[in-house]
Write a protein that binds this ligand. Structure first.
Ligand code: PMP
Length: 428
């Protein structure tokens, strides 16, 4: 299959008008025109099984969200400085899904803004500036947040107040080492900040380590690191943009799997099932002093349409039992992938929680050496078979499988079957 003349022309127009910072997925880019449930459709009407898009977490164009947005758009859409039930109802429903203590919410439009606000609050509260993040973290695109998002690569320079720690790699460390190592690395980073006269403000962690390579377990390994930052007078920020809203199956929020209690939790992506909304849930004591001085205002964040979309998402997760589905289908899918690993030595590891699964591709299971070239062939081979996933990790050799939470066992079979065929064809 080749690109059509129309697709080639669209790529040329796109490059001309959007410039070189925009990237397309796949050797043969995909031209999508419609989405429904777990399927995306190309311009020719062909369906693709979506095992990648965690924004459309309830499935693409979910009717309950579409209806909520459409209805509210026709009634009122304005900012948060007028009295309106929407934002209050939504914030109450949202905070009710959190453990005791995390009881206030603030709304933004993107995860980047949420993390940017978290930095500002953490610095105000602690009087420090130091930030600790993982070596290949992505937390967002603002100037402040890009300074601790090393996965952006050479386009950013990490801030002088930033220290990175290796993500805890469960494929290369034993569970005992995992329980101890991350905390030790965070303590070393705190000591190094201090040596340079920098007071720590926060440790921020994506609790499923999505861009670092997807490390879900053993549960509890985050605890010593959180204790370390607290002892140092800093705050712990859980970035739940990726694992949040039930995706891990085991809990509504990724940090809960680790038995830890963040000071702030940042949210985004699936929060509006595609409607741009994000935010922070925090402890009231964290914002108590900052709040009155900050007079927080965000033109679009938390508007009545966003609140309606967010409420529809929370209702659907609860009513349709999507967290439970993520757990059940996630386990079923993981078993299927492990069976495949028994037949294909290039699959070195299958790991994850719920419907957030990483499959590590290696050239030799004995040395565990990453095989990025084979991974690229697999991702593109799946695209040819109309199954969409991507890759992550320091060597881009971890298949990232992150389907909508409505994924069924039948969908999981389709994915495993296609991957088996692609592995058979792509392995040397
Ligand atoms: N944090 C994490 C863990 C993310 O994955 C992302 C987006 N990929 C962000 C923050 C930033 O979110 P946004 O793109 O909405 O700004």
């Amino acid at each position: 299959e080749r690109l059509s003349d129309g697709e080639r022309a669209l790529i040329a127009r796109r490059e001309k008008v959007l410039g070189p910072a925009y990237r397309l997925f796949y050797e043969k880019p995909l031209h999508l025109v419609r989405g429904e449930g777990v399927f995306l459709y190309d311009a020719a009407g062909e369906p693709y099984l979506d095992a990648y898009n965690n924004v459309a977490s309830l499935g693409h164009c979910h009717p309950r969200v579409v209806e909520a947005i459409t209805k509210q758009t026709a009634i009122l859409n304005t900012h948060t400085r007028y009295l309106h039930e929407g934002i209050v109802d939504y914030a109450e429903s949202l905070t009710a899904t959190f453990p005791e203590g995390l009881s206030q919410a603030m709304f933004t439009c993107t995860g980047s803004e949420a993390n940017d606000l978290a930095v500002r609050i953490a610095r105000f509260v602690t009087g420090g500036t130091g930030i600790i993040a993982t070596e290949l973290a992505y937390h967002g695109l603002t100037s402040a947040v890009a300074e601790f998002s090393p996965s952006l690569g050479e386009s950013v320079t990490l801030g002088p107040h930033v220290r990175t720690v290796p993500a805890p790699d469960s494929y290369r460390h034993s569970p005992e080492e995992m329980m101890e190592k991350f905390g030790r690395d965070v303590r070393a980073a705190i000591a190094d900040l201090r040596r340079h006269g920098i007071k720590p403000a926060m440790l921020i962690v994506d609790t499923i380590f999505s861009s670092d390579g997807i490390f879900a377990g053993p549960r509890g390994f985050l605890k010593p690191a959180v204790d370390a930052i607290h002892e140092a007078g800093g705050l712990f920020v859980a970035d739940e943009v990726q694992p949040g809203f039930g995706r891990t199956g085991e809990a509504m929020w990724g940090f809960e799997r680790h038995g830890i209690s963040p000071d702030m939790v940042t949210l985004g992506k699936p929060m509006g099932n595609g409607y741009p909304m994000a935010g922070i849930v925090l402890r009231p004591e964290v914002i108590a002093e900052f709040g009155p001085k900050a007079r927080y205002f965000n033109t679009f964040g938390g508007n009545p349409v966003a609140a309606a979309a967010g409420k529809a998402v929370l209702d659907t997760i609860r009513i349709d039992g999507l967290q439970q589905n993520a757990l059940d289908v996630g386990r079923y899918l993981m078993d299927g992938l492990k069976d495949l690993a028994d037949r294909h030595p290039a699959i070195g590891d299958v790991r994850g929680a719920g419907l957030f699964i990483g499959v590590e591709i290696v050239s030799d299971p004995a040395t565990r050496s990453p095989d990025a070239a084979l991974t690229t062939r697999i991702v593109n081979g799946l695209r040819e078979r109309r199954v969409l996933i991507s890759a992550s990790g320091p060597r881009a050799n971890v298949l990232k499988i992150r389907p909508p939470l409505v994924f069924s066992r039948e969908n999981a079979d389709m994915l495993v079957d296609a991957l088996g065929k692609v592995m058979a064809a792509a392995s040397p």
